[in-house]
Design a protein around this ligand. Structure first.
Ligand code: G3I
Length: 318
């Protein structure tokens, strides 16, 4: 595995990871993998609203700057994450703002961050997880954005982002989970996006998170990616991990099945021309949002798992 460098095998695509400042430079083996294997990074939490603007117009850029700086040192891309989401919001955003105040807050948030990182971001998840889990009965997820702005919520954020970056240096993304296969939720996303494009709403790409349980990669993943690129958009796999789960033994059989699932996802991206890259949501099993699922391509000792070799094969068309 010493000689296998996934960021090289991925070309012309990128191979990315969520980076976390809790571990960068604090965990040496983690940092070594960050510095050798990846060509794109997404801040796992550091650009989220509660972290980057905890009080009105008080921006805390330090931790996100650390990630952007490290990415630049490594000649890696940065995917900003995220602007409009219902989770990890600063409390002041969630309470007592009128629609007009929330509108100004959103525009200021987006504009200030894009100004700060001008020329340093490859893409940004402007919108995160705003499609309902209850389609087709309801299209948009309930929360502050839907309550205050209704169907204007997503176009507003995308329009503010484009206005702050008029030369289109940053690709503007909608990022979603549970829309990887063709079904009611991804149909809802597809129809919303088609409407936006018809209305001239600025949008460059769709992120498919790809948090899957073992054996749960939808068979229609590649077909689904392709129908979005047929609309003239980029697509990306943004948060890939495969959860073996605590109910299953974490043995060689499970790791082999997990490797197959990683292969299937990376292969789907490789087969779709405008799938620009694959990012995993973490690096090693000890530092994951799912700490018990053995979800990542490196184990808790930072040793490559079968999933690592499967990713290498898929990027090489094997
Ligand atoms: O910042 C506080 C810290 O002050 C406090 O001491 C500590 C105590 O638990 O909590 C810290 O906040 C945690 C935060 O991560 C930063 O570490 C939260 O509890 C924890 O819930 C939060 O989890 C993040 C999660 O998003 C929350 O929404 C995960 O790290 C992150 O991997 C996960 O990422 C999301 C993507 O953004 C969107 N898609 C799904 C994905 C997985 O849930």
């Amino acid at each position: 595995s010493q000689n296998i460098i996934l960021r090289d095998l991925a070309r012309p695509r990128y191979f990315g990871a969520a980076m976390n400042t809790t571990f960068l430079f604090h965990d040496q083996a983690y940092t070594k993998l960050i510095q050798t294997q990846f060509s794109a990074f997404t801040p796992e939490n550091e650009m989220k609203w509660e972290e980057i603007e905890p009080e009105p117009n008080q921006f805390v850029f330090g931790p996100a700057d650390e990630i952007v700086k490290e990415a630049q040192t490594l000649y890696a891309k940065v995917r900003g994450h995220n602007f409009e989401w219902n989770n990890q919001l600063a409390p002041w955003v969630n309470t007592s703002l009128t629609a007009v105040e929330l509108d100004r807050a959103l525009q200021n948030h987006i504009t200030t961050i894009l100004n700060h990182y001008r020329g340093k971001l490859y893409a940004v998840d402007v919108v995160n997880e705003l499609i309902s889990d209850n389609t087709p009965n309801e299209t948009f997820k309930q929360g502050i954005w839907d309550t205050k702005f209704g169907e204007d919520a997503i176009p507003k954020a995308l329009t503010y982002a484009r206005a702050a970056d008029p030369h289109n240096t940053v690709k503007l993304y909608i990022n979603e989970y549970g829309t990887e296969g063709i079904d009611s939720k991804s149909d809802a996303l597809y129809n919303v996006v088609k409407g936006f494009l018809a209305d001239g709403v600025p949008l460059d790409g769709i992120g498919f998170q790809c948090h899957f349980g073992l054996g749960q990669v939808p068979p229609t993943l590649q077909q689904n990616l392709r129908r979005f690129t047929d609309l003239g958009l980029d697509v990306a796999v943004t948060e890939l991990d495969i959860n073996i789960g605590t109910g299953n033994p974490q043995n060689a059989t499970a790791f082999a099945l997990q490797a197959q699932d990683y292969w299937t996802v990376v292969n789907a991206c490789v087969n779709v021309e405008r799938c620009v890259g694959v990012s995993v949501w973490g690096v090693s099993d000890d530092h994951s949002w799912l700490p018990n699922g053995a979800v990542l391509p490196w184990d808790k000792n930072k040793q490559p798992k079968p999933a690592f070799y499967a990713i290498a094969d898929a990027f090489q068309g094997k």
